[in-house]
Design a protein around this ligand. Structure first.
Ligand SMILES: C[S@@+](CC[C@H](N)C(=O)[O-])C[C@H]1O[C@@H](n2cnc3c(N)ncnc32)[C@H](O)[C@@H]1O
Length: 303
């Protein structure tokens, strides 16, 4: 698979690194966090048989696509990303035969086969997408009637139960700046606000639509419980996102802070998240369960 060279605009808009082992490990750990927290790999159900054609859009390391293919040997799973999957070489060898990967910009086009999709999965790609209605329309026309689409994402926001605000919390101030960055690139920070209507407009029928509170500190006294591990790991995940995104934010929002102030903000935001989450009651919101079935094709789109 060849690497698509991102043009400057694309590279600047998507704010996370796509060539670092820290990001690879973060994504694989995050996959486990979400799988344990939600009790499985997906929320869509397939009562009669596994979906034949599955697409994982913005598949990252390919960990979800590989796992889905292992669990559903009769499915043909295709993971698509603007970059080749970032994986350890060792893991490539254990990919199941019914799972493959392709490099493409999913906002441009991603139907590599004459076969339409039966299940489209998208996780944590909110900050990668500028035109959600356009992407959902493409999904609709590339889907068999009765197919399902599932979107799983995190709101780009942090809240504090102790009343901390951007005035006294570097972490909350950092998230405020991250929203400024996204607004500058016309990228949404809260999918839950618009996606249900956009999906309905595209022709989908809503099956489930939920949000889920994610604490950044364990709510269990048992340090060995799964819940404790999930919270602690998620805390690290968010601290790594702060590190990963700051590089692009400080270039695009250079007028907001001096280089020294950016250094201090990143370091203080990470420290608060890693050391003060319980005291401040930090939590984020996941948009977990927007599972939709395709109505019979009611629209014809040209694009
Ligand atoms: C935060 S990662 C999530 C990866 C994976 N879905 C997961 O949950 O582990 C977002 C992914 O979207 C990819 N991406 C960003 N812009 C894209 C685009 N226009 N087309 C396809 N993939 C894109 C990035 O390369 C990255 O792998």
């Amino acid at each position: 698979m060849s690497t698509i060279k991102q043009d400057d605009a694309t590279a600047r808009a998507y704010p996370l690194p796509n060539d670092s082992i820290i990001e690879t490990r973060r994504l694989d750990a995050q996959h486990l966090v979400f799988s344990i927290r939600t009790g499985g790999l997906h929320r869509a159900s397939f009562p009669n048989s596994s979906p034949a054609q599955v697409r994982d859009l913005g598949c990252g390391t390919g960990i979800w696509a590989s796992q889905f293919a292992i669990d559903n040997p009769k499915s043909n799973v295709l993971g698509i990303d603007i970059n080749p999957p970032l994986v350890d070489d060792a893991k490539i060898n254990i990919r199941p035969p019914n799972c493959s990967f392709a490099v493409a910009d999913i906002e441009q086009g991603w139907n590599f086969s004459s076969l339409k999709s039966d299940y489209i999965y998208m996780r944590m790609i909110m900050i990668a997408i500028k035109d959600w209605p356009g992407l959902l329309n493409k999904a609709f026309v590339n889907m068999n009637p009765g197919g399902q689409i599932e979107i799983f994402d995190g709101l780009m926001d942090i809240k504090a139960d102790d009343g901390s605000t951007a005035d006294n919390s570097a972490a909350i101030f950092w998230f405020q700046l991250s929203k400024e960055y996204l607004a500058k690139h016309h990228i949404a920070w809260d999918l839950s606000a618009d996606i249900p209507q956009q999906l309905t407009d595209a022709g989908f029928e809503i099956l489930q639509d939920n949000t889920l509170k994610m604490r950044l500190y364990p709510d269990s006294q048992d340090p060995e419980s799964d819940r404790a591990w999930v919270a602690t790991q998620y805390q690290k995940d968010i601290a790594d996102i702060v590190h990963g995104m700051t590089k692009r934010m400080r270039i695009d929002l250079a007028s907001r802070l001096s280089p020294e102030e950016w250094d201090t903000l990143e370091s203080n935001a990470r420290r608060e998240i890693l050391e003060e989450s319980e005291q401040r009651g930090f939590h984020t919101t996941l948009y977990t369960s927007n599972f939709l079935s395709v109505l019979s094709p009611v629209k014809v789109y040209t694009y």
